[in-house]
Design a protein around this ligand. Structure first.
Ligand code: NI
Length: 136
């Protein structure tokens, strides 16, 4: 059920907020505010080390010596957190690997950081989502 409440803020801040809404194509202020609040609460859950689902994406050159092996080895070390891995051969050199993980936010973050830190990984990203409850 949606509940209404009134928000007061400085005019400048509201102008900035309206620009933000326009840039992101939100339908209205309520929708934008809900997303911001959810985002902030998810961040807090990460800090609190709650259960999360994560998507790690890596772009790397598979010609880099032993990189493919290291990417696989790190995932085997955390096999209990890995839900699935998809490998896409982007072009002659580059691979995209998308790894879906679940676990404590801190562990997921550490795994993502160690994968992204491997030499030859050109681009890496971690996105985390949470239901707000423990996952079983
Ligand atoms: Ni490949």
């Amino acid at each position: 059920m949606l509940k209404r409440f009134t928000v007061s803020m400085e005019e400048n801040l509201l102008d900035d907020f309206d620009n933000y809404i326009q840039e992101r194509h939100y339908q209205n202020r309520s929708e934008a505010l809900r997303d911001l609040i959810r985002g902030r609460i998810i961040e807090k859950e990460w800090e609190a080390d709650k259960d999360v689902m994560g998507v790690i994406s890596l772009v790397y050159d598979h010609h880099q010596h032993k990189l493919q092996e290291k990417v696989t080895e790190l995932q085997h070390d955390s096999h209990h957190q890995i839900v699935s891995t998809t490998h896409v051969h982007m072009d002659h050199h580059n691979c995209l690997e998308v790894i879906i993980v679940r676990g404590k936010a801190g562990e997921v973050r550490r795994l993502a950081d160690s994968l992204m830190a491997l030499r030859g990984v050109r681009n890496g990203n971690l996105a985390m989502s949470s239901t707000g409850k423990d996952l079983h």
